[in-house]
Design a protein around this ligand. Structure first.
Ligand code: AMP
Length: 428
């Protein structure tokens, strides 16, 4: 056993710390989601990180990779199988069925939080990752699908994404989907030798998933396969047509992507992704779909619903410059003592600045003014406030703008107004 002194703690493989300054980006994205989703009437829900394993088996599906291979499942002290949530829709559906079914429908909910999948860690894939998602529960019509897509466009535009496009498809209702699975299987079985190992396995368990293969040979083989669109019931076809009409009517750029099925078992009818073509091969920013049977599946009344999940880790990686700048702009003031001014005076000035509505970071250690100013500069702070005996005697402070090098004087009696005028009035 290693001695205590030689133990060097490390984070668990596939799980990472989110550190400053990047956490400012995370906060900015989360605040933007709250603001934009709030404008559409969505309210926040926070569900537990741990659920009964059975919830995910019944909802996400026993044959999916997520449930089959990737869940962090464990037995609790009474032997009950629990799992860290690998996604949030199942939990939200459960929470709705358990607590919110009496609320007027539809119920609009959003969530922000970590999810857990035991995947092979690779660039951009983590075992603890983060999602922002929303669910519109209790309306089965195509206009709800359109509202969700519009909300996503609004959110992503607020973050500075410009070239957005929705990919939409329909996987039909369960009966038309079952009919299609049979036709797809009948087409693929005689050609099974041309399929890769994963797709051959899926032929039995979940043939729809073969449609979203990335293998060129399989894509070619699928080009001649029967199309799901041709197996749709009249109702599902109308639903899809109405969604397309709504997207047209609201000026949303979209493409029908008939190989888009998405990984989870619970989807019915509409599935969609939003892509930013400039991001290259991995261009999907968000994916979602309708799940009209899920809530009943987890013990609630029959209730149609639709939702999406955005992978936050990936979103942060590809965040446009504008959002990065907005997030890290440090508007704080770095308060620097001149000479051996009392630290109590410094603490008091800090409180005054904050009470006036500004952020103040104090230089409390006994370093030289030069060192303190260098620290402020390295932190990316634009403004320093100098406080020495002279300022103290006059009831003023000296404000230094690192960008222009200019120094100005502000009255402590009118700190809010003076700082506001000087900072907001400064050239950018
Ligand atoms: P899914 O629930 O599989 O449809 O995934 C929704 C989004 O979550 C994807 O677009 C990914 O960006 C993100 N995501 C899924 N798994 C991971 C992971 N292991 N690491 C990082 N992001 C993930």
């Amino acid at each position: 056993m290693s001695s205590a002194a030689s133990y060097r703690a490390r984070s668990v493989k596939g799980m990472r710390d989110l550190l400053p300054p990047a956490t400012a980006l995370w906060a900015h994205v989360e605040e933007t989601a709250r603001r934009v989703f709030g404008r559409y009437g969505y309210e926040e829900i926070r569900t537990p990180i741990v659920e009964e394993t059975e919830l995910f088996v019944r909802s996400v599906g026993a044959t999916t990779d997520i449930v089959g291979k990737e869940m962090y499942s464990f037995a609790d002290k009474k032997g009950k199988s629990l799992s860290l949530r690998p996604e949030a829709t199942a939990s939200v559906a459960r929470a709705f069925a358990e607590h919110l079914r009496e609320r007027p429908l539809p119920v609009r909910l959003f969530y922000i939080g970590p999810q857990f999948r035991y995947e092979r860690p690779q660039r951009g894939r983590y075992r603890q990752f983060h999602q922002i998602g929303a669910e519109l529960i209790g309306d089965g019509g195509p206009w709800s699908d359109a509202e969700l897509v519009l909300m996503l466009f609004s959110f992503l535009r607020a973050l500075g994404f410009a070239d957005l496009r929705a990919l939409v498809n329909t996987v039909g209702d369960p009966s038309s989907r079952e009919a299609y699975k049979k036709r797809l299987r009948a087409y693929l079985e005689p050609r099974a030798a041309e399929l890769g190992e994963d797709s051959r396995r899926r032929l039995d368990t979940n043939p729809l998933r073969i449609l979203d293969t990335k293998k060129p040979a399989e894509i070619e083989l699928l080009a001649q396969a029967p199309r799901l669109m041709d197996s749709l019931s009249e109702e599902s076809r109308c639903h899809f047509q109405d969604l397309l009409r709504a997207l047209d009517g609201c000026g949303v750029e979209y493409e029908i992507e008939d190989r888009l099925v998405r990984g989870l078992d619970y989807y019915t009818r509409t599935v969609f992704e939003i892509v930013s073509p400039s991001l290259g091969a991995q261009n999907a920013i968000v994916g979602g779909g309708r799940y009209d049977d899920l809530i009943e599946e987890v013990g609630g009344p029959p209730t149609p619903a639709i939702g999406f999940a955005i992978g936050l880790d990936r979103l942060i990686e590809v965040l446009p410059q504008a959002a990065r700048r907005a997030a890290v702009e440090v508007t704080g003031l770095y308060v620097v003592p001149v000479g051996d001014i009392s630290r109590i005076e410094l603490l008091r000035l800090g409180e005054e600045i904050r009470n006036a509505g500004f952020t103040a970071m104090l230089e409390l250690s006994s370093v030289s003014m030069r060192t303190a100013l260098r620290r402020a500069d390295r932190l990316g702070v634009r403004w320093a406030v100098l406080l020495g005996e002279e300022e103290l005697g006059r009831g003023t402070i000296t404000l230094k703008d690192f960008r222009s090098g200019e120094q100005t004087t502000a009255e402590r009696k009118a700190l809010g107004a003076d700082l506001g005028r000087l900072i907001q009035g400064a050239s950018p």
